[in-house]
Write a protein that binds this ligand. Structure first.
Ligand code: 4NP
Length: 149
């Protein structure tokens, strides 16, 4: 069964949303998790604005807890989706070999192949930024789920 990890910087805004959205589209047999490249929010719940936008679409992500990406995630997961270029660089820096690197992809490449478009960091913006992020992630996760079924 495919194991998927969503990665952003803090693991409180974008990647917990991606985790919640993808979980809602797949059965419980799939392992789906999220992590941040930074350790600022280890043990924290998602940002209240991510919790709120998820709740607007019927998803409860309030119980998720932030954690930092670790090298062993390359062994645990088959696919590692990053939100932006900086996440990509930070994850690839920790890769031990080409096999690790091959697991890492920009999540929006699922809907815009090879473009390396970014899911913008909504942390310093307003609620509309979280809504935009939700819509991008929902479209990408729909494609990921379809490809796995
Ligand atoms: P995320 O957003 O990477 O989507 O979780 C951020 C959350 C926190 C910070 C930056 C980005 N921060 O600087 O604390």
């Amino acid at each position: 069964m495919t194991k998927i990890l969503m990665v952003c910087l803090g693991n409180i805004c974008r990647s917990p949303l991606a985790e919640g959205i993808l979980k809602s589209k797949l059965s419980k047999d799939f392992i789906i998790d999220s992590a941040g490249t930074a350790n600022y929010h280890t043990g924290s719940a998602p940002d209240i604005r991510s919790i709120a936008v998820a709740r607007n679409y019927g998803l409860d992500i309030s119980k998720l807890k932030g954690r930092q990406f670790v090298v062993s995630d390359f062994d645990t997961f088959d696919l590692i989706y990053v939100m932006d270029e900086s996440n990509f660089k930070n994850v690839v820096k920790l890769a031990r070999n080409d096999q690790d690197i091959a697991k890492v992809n920009f999540i929006l490449n699922e809907i815009h192949k090879g473009e390396n478009f970014e899911v913008p960091d909504p942390y310093y913006g307003g609620d509309q930024g979280f809504e935009n992020v939700y819509q991008m992630l929902d479209e990408a996760c729909e494609k990921i789920a379809k490809n796995l079924l």
